[in-house]
Design a protein around this ligand. Structure first.
Ligand code: SAJ
Length: 431
């Protein structure tokens, strides 16, 4: 069993630290956020992720997991810090990785390993992290190991996927790779694939999310085309996917979260070859506008209307609102009225505005004016379903019918049984 420091105790670092501790390693979870460290030291886990609270508690209670702000010597250092995205420049900000490297290097000893798990532009391990670590006087690939091993877990299923997913391990040399394989072998049940270098491992992670984002963009374009031909794109996609070599993804209100909308841009950080990939990003970013267009084509002007947006988490059954398509739709609805208001005010008219009710049973955010589902729906002219939460699939049709003042539903995640709701008198449109 090894001594391990896990740097960064967020969505990835915390479950990883707990996993390693629950497999008998001696783990110190480190974070620079004093409040988070204090909370975890008291056994409080605030992230909504199935099973995580109990899993972390088990690790803390066993004594194998400690949480600290202090870095010390350790056989392995795993870096799982965020890589924020500069949306204007379309580049990754690597400050947290640099800070982690600076915190680690004074404690490095011969034979130690540093593993970067954070998602990064290709080349980061070798060109950004390695020079910082080598300020210790040790050399990566000689007397210390340096590796990129990307995380690939799906929020909502993190604990299972941490254990069961395959892992890609790319060391700066063979000895580095082997050191990481020994560690991940102690808990990973999936296959471990090794690559010849860290940059390939970084690239692989990015192209997995880029594949998904680009495929969704194709699905979104097909949905718009299908709409023009007055057919249901979901039915067409399902039939197309019956072919053994076709695997189209699902259209929707846009692509949210902190991975798919961002990682494709990292590929272009040191290259000018992003063409299809950046177009796919634009198509997916344009879906919120498209949903509003469809809404307007169903109910006409939004002036004076009440629209309920159901779902602001970026995807079903999670509480994460980063790059939320639902919130983006709400903003676009508001701004469509603001644009109209400014043209109206030129000729002296007035606009009654639009009333947007937000609901999300999974999100608890005091900065947003969230309504309980019943309140959000009451007197709504239209519902826009933007997240595939289970609660929306289970909505009581009769109750919704009694509460709404209109009958229009834009089901951008295809959560409702379309024909059942249409047969009951709803004007239901899928994206
Ligand atoms: N979405 C669609 N259509 C689809 C699938 C997804 O519109 O057919 C939307 C979702 O609604 C959501 C967004 O895409 O808004 C992203 O959701 P997701 O479930 O595709 O992915 P994430 O961001 O939750 O997690 C991804 C995963 N990557 C892949 O599946 C290749 C996960 O395994 C990674 O670990 C994670 O990114 C990450 O951390 O990079």
């Amino acid at each position: 069993m090894s001594s391990i420091h896990v740097h960064g105790l967020g969505y990835i670092g915390l479950p990883t630290a707990a996993m390693l501790a629950n497999y008998g390693h001696s783990v110190v979870g480190v974070d620079v956020d004093t409040e988070l460290v204090a909370e975890l030291q008291n056994g409080t886990v605030t992230v909504e992720e199935p099973g995580l609270r109990a899993f972390v508690t088990e690790a803390l209670d066993s004594g194998n997991l400690e949480v600290s702000e202090e870095v010390g010597p350790s056989k392995y250092h795993i870096i799982a810090v965020p890589t924020p995205f500069d949306d204007k420049e379309k580049v990754a900000k690597l400050d947290y990785i640099e800070e982690a490297g600076k915190a680690i290097y004074p404690h490095l000893r011969s034979g130690d390993s540093v593993i970067l798990e954070s998602t990064v532009p290709p080349g980061t391990t070798e060109t950004v992290l390695q020079p910082i670590l080598e300020q210790s006087g040790h050399h990566a690939g000689e007397d210390i190991a340096l590796i990129h091993c990307p995380e690939t877990v799906l929020p909502g299923n993190i604990i299972t996927e941490l254990r069961e997913n395959d892992r890609i391990i790319g060391g700066v040399n063979g000895v580095s790779t082997e050191a990481a394989v020994r560690l991940y072998d102690s808990f990973v049940e999936g296959d471990i694939h090794t690559t010849t270098d860290a940059t390939t491992a970084e690239f692989v992670k990015l192209i997995q999310n880029t594949y998904r984002d680009t495929n969704i963009a194709l699905a979104n374009e097909l949905a718009k085309l299908a709409n023009d031909y007055d057919i249901d794109s979901r039915e067409a996609t399902q039939l197309a996917n019956e072919h053994p070599r076709v695997e189209l993804h699902q259209p929707g209100p846009g692509v949210g979260g902190h991975c798919l909308p961002i990682d494709p841009w990292f590929l272009g950080q040191n290259s000018d070859e992003l063409n299809l990939i950046s177009l796919a990003r634009q198509i997916n970013d344009g879906m919120a506008d498209y949903v509003v267009e469809v809404l307007q084509s169903e109910i006409g002007s939004l002036d004076g209307k009440t629209i309920a947006i159901l779902g602001i988490a970026y995807k079903g059954n999670v509480d994460d609102i980063r790059n939320s398509p639902g919130l983006e739709i709400a903003r676009r609805i508001q701004s469509s009225i603001e644009r109209k208001e400014s043209s109206i005010s030129a000729d002296g008219g007035a606009s009654p505005g639009v009333n947007v009710n937000l609901n999300d049973p999974h999100v608890d955010d005091q900065t947003l004016n969230l309504h309980p589902l019943d309140d959000a729906i009451t007197d709504a002219d239209a519902l826009v379903i933007a997240t595939d939460h289970k609660e929306y699939t289970d909505m009581d049709l009769d109750r919704v019918q009694q509460q709404m003042s209109g009958n229009t539903i834009i089901d951008s995640k295809a959560v409702l049984d379309k024909m059942r709701w249409i047969n009951a008198g709803f004007n239901l449109t899928r994206i």
